[in-house]
Design a protein around this ligand. Structure first.
Ligand SMILES: Nc1ncnc2c1ncn2[C@@H]1O[C@H](COP(=O)(O)OP(=O)(O)OP(=O)(O)O)[C@@H](O)[C@H]1O
Length: 197
């Protein structure tokens, strides 16, 4: 169970939000909505342990996530706006580090996003949507229960969005949690919403 209790976060001098609370149970999904600059990415970074709260707490199973950031880091996989894809490496090589940590199959991760035929292509030659799919394949390689996703479907075609929906559903069926920021509907059922002003 992930909880935030009355959190406030500053970016620079600006108070982005305050007194914000949320809770996501095992198997649950929460979608963050709101206009540009409302603080969706900031909230994701807070939940990832990358930005500290000025007030309030982030709790994982009742324990303060910031009390043991190494442990929290292992629970989280964060896919941000920037695709974090190294252009000089092939698609498969881009996944090696994550695969070594989890012991999972690179091939299976590429298949899960429909990139198996492009495994040996340098990532700089991938299209925008293919790069995004490569970034999302890190989710499949990770064993972390908490997926934090910033506009995950940006640039994906209809078939890729459907495939991604199946990944999200499988993660939740296994007890995983999802928090996603988005401006468009995501392929998620039974989802809770949180609107930032
Ligand atoms: N590193 C930073 N330093 C200072 N201010 C920042 C920093 N990062 C974000 N901000 C500010 O924090 C506020 C919230 O930004 P954030 O990226 O969380 O919004 P968002 O809701 O994700 O927006 P979008 O829909 O455009 O992605 C914005 O006013 C932004 O300018």
């Amino acid at each position: 169970m992930l909880k935030a209790e009355s959190v406030a976060v500053f970016r620079g001098e600006r108070l982005v939000f305050r007194d914000l609370s949320l809770s996501v149970p095992s198997g649950g999904a929460l979608v963050l909505a709101g206009p540009n600059g409302a603080g969706k990415s900031t909230l994701l970074r807070l939940l990832a342990g990358l930005v500290r709260p000025a007030a309030g707490q982030v709790l994982w199973d009742g324990q303060d996530a910031f009390a043991d950031l190494a442990a929290h880091g292992q629970r989280v996989v964060y896919v941000g706006h920037q695709d974090a894809v190294k252009p000089g490496l092939t698609a498969a090589e881009n996944l090696r580090f994550a695969a070594r940590i989890s012991g999972k199959s690179i091939r299976a991760a590429l298949e899960a996003v429909g990139l198996e035929n492009l495994a040996d292509l340098p990532a700089r030659m991938l299209s925008a949507g293919q790069k995004r799919r490569l970034a999302l394949s890190r989710l499949v390689l990770s064993a972390a229960p908490l997926w934090l996703l910033d506009e995950p479907t940006l640039g994906l075609d209809v078939a890729a969005i459907e495939r991604f929906g199946r990944l999200l559903a499988a993660h939740r069926a296994g007890g995983g949690l999802i928090v996603a920021a988005t401006h468009v509907p995501l392929p998620l059922d039974n989802v809770a919403g949180l609107r930032l002003a």
